[in-house]
Design a protein around this ligand. Structure first.
Ligand SMILES: [Zn+2]
Length: 649
């Protein structure tokens, strides 16, 4: 009876907020806005003048508080632009075109080369803008390299503001709907367990349903290539078996933007999903880049994509971004917090806190607990971990990669030898993450050691350039030294050692020795496959894999020493290709932890987990890692398979 009554009564967080607002602010409206609370006041200076007010209210109601002016107190837009340009120092790099108004949120978006100067010391410049114009400024960094994706996503979100407003209010009400205490908590493996690809896990209570990641298998459905690359039945997560309809889902939570974690999300929208997708801001932009490209890639391969551009757009307008360590209610009983995973820009381990202290789950996504040139290593501090889902890509007992320095040296020597022998080096890389890591290595060695000043062009082809540009929009997610270089106009991604291939592939191939970074780490179609096809038969050339290759990928076959492979030619007919070039794999560049790093991560985690479930690895690796963790740390471990459910409570 009591529970029933509780259910019908709306939660009075909004009333609680109302009471905490100082009278002189003259509150006109309080409302839910997604997971946050927005208040509108006539006198913003009463709040912005006193930083503690916002902090106190946020802490007291455990929600992020957004303070905005009442519409009646907004300055006219034209006068506002003038005012902003007057207040903001010239060096900030703000232009009138970079100032956009979003009346639905009484916000003004300000794009700046140097956002810090628009924010000012302790936010002083921001406060001046809001108190003098009424508009709440939202400062966005202009990437140092042109990025069509960043531009496109920002434009789309401004254009869809009216929809966003409605969407966030609806979601906000839903999130704050009080629910009775859940009697059980369980997780179901929908994809990416005892395999790499189509990662997806459903977390359920009687009242909440959260999907963590929703990817496709690495093999895109390219016609003709299917013959060599694998099984279409294993391409997507087992959503149909989960006994839920798409709109039962309360949220989709993404760990990072690789296709095996995000590739199936637009499909949910195609089939009617209307809820939120949570991720970090870089993950959103990379998702846009990779998903649009995926459609093109499949079409080019003669297949038909699972979804189209409008489904991707729909997904983008349903994204709610969160930075690391921001605690967010995704339903009334589940709080989500992202932590740095060190795998790619914006990648996260997900901490889910269920009930008030009832259960805590950490899902690793893909993570790196080790040195990279791009990112800090994965975060090891969490409030509590009852169950940890841990990736096992390199979880096998023999998966000990070479020390990083050695790997870099091997790569540079190999490149040097091939170039000296007048050959070309093909580096097939994942365009998001590995490409930038390798670029940093090439750039550092060229700058510091005359031996590795290669004197030949290093071409970047495919999505690498755009992916690098997105990195420059979010330097705060990068390692400090690198962040500093980007902010001081010395970005390694724009180094003169790199040349951008603009559709002249044939010419590049006909020219002399070169290093080619091409997107597509497993040779499954796309740019790297194009180059491979033309380079494979010349023994002076070399291909060097620095990324994971999945079991059925063409890349793995090449690595396994196949001497002849049939590939679909331009006319669609299968044509044999003789593989004579040098084939090498150098493991130390991985964005995944190797076996030793996984064990170190567990050893260092504070607090340690009570149970560990392995995932995202080939079968033996998941099993081996689970067994070894159990033996070493004396905790319960398991390597679930797809469709297994685990009950936590
Ligand atoms: Zn990944």
């Amino acid at each position: 009876m009591l529970e029933e009554e509780k259910k019908e009564e709306p939660k009075n967080i909004l009333d609680a907020v109302k009471e905490l607002i100082p009278k002189e602010a003259e509150l006109t409206k309080v409302e839910f806005e997604g997971p946050d609370i927005a208040i509108y006041v006539k006198n913003v200076s009463a709040i912005y003048g006193n930083e503690n007010v916002i902090r106190n209210i946020s802490t007291s109601v455990k929600k992020k508080l957004i303070v905005r002016s009442d519409t009646a107190s907004l300055m006219d837009p034209e006068a506002t632009v003038k005012k902003i340009l007057e207040i903001v120092p010239l060096e900030a790099g703000v232009s009138p075109e970079g100032v956009r108004f979003i009346p639905e949120f009484n916000e003004v978006q300000i794009e700046a080369m140097k956002p810090g100067l628009v924010i000012g010391k302790h936010g002083s410049t921001l406060i001046r803008i809001v108190t003098e114009t009424g508009w709440v400024p939202k400062v966005l960094r202009i990437p140092t390299m042109n990025s069509d994706v960043v531009k496109g996503v920002r434009q789309l979100l401004v254009k869809e503001s009216e929809f966003r407003k409605k969407f966030l209010m609806t979601i906000g009400k839903k999130i704050n709907l009080p629910i009775a205490k859940s009697e059980w908590i369980k997780a179901t493996a929908l994809g990416g367990f005892k395999e790499v690809g189509r990662s997806s896990m459903l977390l359920e209570t009687p009242h909440s349903k959260i999907l963590i990641d929703c990817g496709v298998s690495p093999e895109p459905a390219i016609k003709g290539l299917d013959a060599v690359t694998g099984d279409e039945n294993k391409a997507f997560p087992y959503l149909d078996s989960a006994n839920i309809t798409i709109n039962d889902l309360d949220a989709v939570v993404l760990t990072h933007a690789h296709m095996d974690h995000i590739g199936f999300v637009p499909y949910l929208f195609k089939f009617g999903y209307e809820g939120p997708v949570y991720c970090t801001p870089p993950t959103r932009d990379f998702a846009a880049l990779l998903l649009y490209d995926y459609i093109k890639l499949v079409q080019r391969g003669g297949g038909s994509p699972l979804y189209d551009e409008k489904d991707i757009k729909k997904m983008l307008t349903h994204i709610i971004t969160r930075d690391y360590r921001e605690v967010t209610n995704v339903t009334d009983e589940i709080k989500l917090t992202y932590h740095n995973a060190g795998h790619i820009l914006g990648s996260s381990l997900v901490h889910l806190h269920i009930g008030e202290g009832v259960y805590n789950i950490v899902h690793s996504g893909d993570m790196k607990y080790g040195f990279t040139r791009l990112l800090d290593q994965a975060d090891i501090h969490y409030p509590r971990i009852d169950a940890l889902f841990l990736e096992s890509t390199y979880g096998g007992s023999r998966d000990i990669s070479a020390p990083r320095q050695e790997a870099e040296f091997q790569l540079m020597e190999l490149i040097k030898n091939v170039i000296d022998n007048k050959g070309k080096v093909l580096l097939p890389v994942l365009s998001v993450g590995r490409a930038q890591e390798i670029m940093l290595v090439l750039e550092t060695y060229a700058a510091n050691n005359p031996r590795y000043k290669l004197e030949v062009p290093i071409y970047l082809d495919g999505m690498i350039l755009e992916a690098s540009a997105i990195h420059t929009a979010y330097p705060e997610y990068l390692k400090e030294g690198l962040q500093h270089r980007i902010l001081s106009n010395n970005s390694p991604f724009e180094s003169e050692i790199f040349e951008i291939a603009k559709g002249e592939r044939q010419e590049i191939l006909e020219r002399g020795p070169a290093v080619i970074l091409a997107s597509g780490g497993m040779l499954n179609g796309g740019t790297s496959l194009d180059y491979f096809r033309s380079m494979a038969e010349d023994e002076k050339n070399a291909i060097v894999f620095t990324s994971y290759t999945s079991v059925n990928s063409l890349g793995r076959k090449v690595l396994n020493g196949f001497k002849e492979i049939a590939l679909p030619g331009e006319d669609g007919k299968m044509t044999p290709l003789n593989i004579r070039l040098q084939v090498r794999s150098i493991e130390g560049f991985s964005g995944h932890s190797d076996r030793r790093q996984l064990m170190n991560f567990l050893q260092s985690l504070r607090p340690g987990p009570k149970k560990v479930y392995t995932m995202h690895g080939e079968e033996q690796k998941c099993e081996d890692l689970a067994r070894s963790i159990g033996a070493k740390f004396h905790i319960e471990t398991r390597a679930p398979m797809n469709l297994d459910s685990i009950r936590f409570k």
